[in-house]
Write a protein that binds this ligand. Structure first.
Ligand code: FAD
Length: 201
């Protein structure tokens, strides 16, 4: 790709978005991650005492070892690790910028409708990658959420949702190929997120 080419647009600056940006840059392709929140916004909003059920060897990206004392990293260790990898590989992140829609823009472009603090506008990109995770779009169960106390006395609030049924319902109804893709309808980022970097880990 010529250097005058606009960068590939990556929607989401979580672990997947960061990993995609690094892999593209290793192939000489420029990329920018747009995130409606900040770098690693999902993990930042994980429950305080959360530990991954996955082990560290399954969570590393870009070939950088994820070294932690325990096999199941904590939320804070994950924030530090992924942020360190993003900084090492100079991943470009545009925070507080929500991608609303992506449309094809012939001959070989995509048109992204994005919204930041200055308002809504459109940008072009040669390609886009969705790395939006699912945390912002929970499929909520019809159960009243409440706060529980663990055996150690800590308070926690479970996140009640399921990721099931999309593929089965999609198989039942053959949908026409979309000409544009509308992205998440998650709530807006909290207004207290003012800095241009993710909050201190
Ligand atoms: C409590 C908890 C425990 C978990 N434990 C595990 C585990 O052990 N192992 C495992 O594999 N997974 C686990 N997960 C799932 C975990 O969320 C993902 O593995 C991981 O965060 C996925 O990374 P990602 O980059 O794909 O998505 P995310 O980390 O969710 O990142 C997506 C990013 O996209 C941004 N975004 C979304 N929509 C838009 C938009 N329209 N415009 C701009 N930006 C947007 C979000 O702000 C976010 O920063 C867990 C999840 C939870 C909630």
């Amino acid at each position: 790709m010529a250097s005058s080419e606009p960068p590939v647009a990556i929607v989401g600056a979580g672990p997947t978005g960061i990993a995609c940006a690094i892999e593209l840059s290793r192939r000489g392709i420029g990329a920018v991650c747009y995130d409606k929140g900040f770098l690693l916004d999902t993990i930042y909003h994980f429950p305080e005492e959360m530990r991954w059920f996955s082990t560290r060897d399954l969570l590393d990206i870009a070939g950088v070892p994820f070294s932690t004392p325990d096999a199941h990293p904590t939320r804070l260790e994950s924030l530090a690790y992924y942020r360190g990898v993003a900084e090492k590989f100079r991943v470009r992140v545009v925070p507080q910028t929500r991608v609303h829609e992506i449309r094809s823009h012939p001959p070989r472009r995509l048109l992204l409708s994005i919204e930041d603090r200055t308002g809504r506008r459109e940008i072009t990109a040669p390609a886009a990658i969705f790395a939006t995770g699912f945390f912002g779009n929970p499929r909520r169960l019809d159960v009243r959420e409440k706060t529980y106390r663990t055996s150690t006395g800590a308070l926690f609030r479970p996140i009640l949702f399921t990721t099931a049924t999309w593929s089965s319902s999609a198989r039942r109804t053959r949908r026409p190929k979309p000409r544009s893709i509308s992205t998440a309808t998650a709530p807006a980022s909290p207004s207290w997120l003012e800095a241009t970097r993710s909050p201190t880990v």
